[in-house]
Design a protein around this ligand. Structure first.
Ligand SMILES: Nc1ncnc2c1ncn2[C@@H]1O[C@H](COP(=O)(O)OP(=O)(O)OP(=O)(O)O)[C@@H](O)[C@H]1O
Length: 238
C-alpha cells in the first residue's frame, strides 16, 4: 500500500510523521528511547539536539526503520513502519526515505557519480536512468558536477558528505533523515550544505529531520527538539 502524501500549495507532495508510545530498547532490554507522542507535519523541518548518549541517533534510526522499536507506532503518512515486515520496511525506506549519516558509507573504489547513484544498482531497469540523472543533477547542484567520475578515495571530507547527500536525494525522497550532516565539514562547506538542506522542505514539501550539534543548522530549521536520557525534554519552534 502506498502511503498518503499531502500536497502543498505548490502542488508538491510529502509525508508527515506521527509517533505514539514509542519505546526502543537495547538487546538486553535496557530502555534507550521513550517518546510518548510526536507529530511532524509534511514539508517541515526539525532539529534534534542533546548531549552525547541522549538517544538522538537511536531515535533517528527507528524513524528510518533501521531499528525496530519494542513498542509503539511510527507512521509516515498512513504507513505504520513499526508494523511492516523487514522486507516491507526496507522497501519503504528505499522508496521514500533519504538517509544522510555520519559515516558516509561510500565505496572507495567507485566514482562519485556511481556512489551517488548507488540506488540505481538495486532499482528496476525502468527507474535506473532516472535515478542516475537525479544523482548527477544533485552532484551538479552541490558543486561536484565536474568530479563525478573521479574515484571517491581522492575526495575530501566535505566532498564525500555532499556525495552522500546526492545519494540520499537520488530517489527523490519524501523524507530526509540526517545524522550530524555538517559534523565533518569546514564552516564554508557546512554553510553551503545547510543552505541546501534548509531549502529541501520548502521547495518540494519534503520532511527533514536532522540530528545536529551545529547551531547554524539548528537556526535554519522550523523546530528544535532537545533530548536527554532517551526522552524529548524540550520542543520549541526555532
Ligand atoms: N544496539 C545497542 N545496544 C546497546 N546500547 C545501545 C545500542 N544502540 C545505542 N545504545 C546506547 O543508547 C544510548 C544512546 O545512543 P545514541 O547513539 O542514540 O546517542 P546520541 O544522542 O546519538 O549520542 P551522540 O551525540 O554521541 O551520537 C547510548 O548509551 C548508547 O550506548
Amino acid at each position: 500500500m502506498r502511503p498518503t502524501r499531502v500536497r502543498d500549495a505548490a502542488g508538491h507532495t510529502g509525508l508527515g510523521l506521527s509517533v505514539a508510545g514509542l519505546e526502543i530498547r537495547a538487546p538486553d532490554g535496557r530502555p534507550l528511547v521513550s517518546v510518548g507522542a510526536l507529530l511532524v507535519p509534511a514539508g517541515s523541518s526539525v532539529a534534534i539536539r542533546g548531549p552525547s548518549g541522549a538517544g538522538k541517533s537511536t531515535l533517528l534510526h527507528a524513524l528510518s526503520g533501521l531499528v525496530q522499536p519494542a513498542t509503539g507506532r511510527i507512521f509516515w503518512g498512513d504507513t505504520d513502519i513499526s508494523r511492516l515486515s523487514d522486507a516491507a520496511r526496507t522497501r519503504f525506506r528505499r522508496d521514500h526515505v533519504g538517509l544522510i549519516f555520519q559515516d558516509f558509507l561510500l565505496f572507495e573504489e567507485l566514482g562519485g557519480l556511481d556512489n551517488a547513484a548507488l540506488a540505481a544498482s538495486f532499482a528496476p531497469a525502468a527507474r535506473r536512468m532516472d535515478l542516475r540523472q537525479r544523482a548527477d543533477a544533485w552532484l551538479e547542484r552541490l558543486g561536484l558536477g565536474q568530479i563525478g567520475l573521479r574515484r571517491v578515495d581522492s575526495f575530501s571530507g566535505g566532498e564525500r558528505q555532499r556525495i552522500a547527500v546526492a545519494r540520499a536525494m537520488s530517489n527523490d525522497p519524501a523524507v530526509i533523515l540526517a545524522d550530524e550532516p555538517t559534523a565533518s565539514l569546514d564552516r564554508a562547506s557546512a554553510n553551503r550544505l545547510i543552505d541546501d538542506l534548509a531549502a529541501l522542505p520548502q521547495e518540494a514539501g519534503r520532511t527533514l529531520i536532522a540530528v545536529t550539534h551545529d547551531p547554524a543548522l539548528v537556526a535554519r530549521l522550523d523546530r528544535v527538539l532537545t533530548m536527554a536520557e532517551g526522552r524529548i525534554v524540550e520542543d520549541s519552534h526555532g
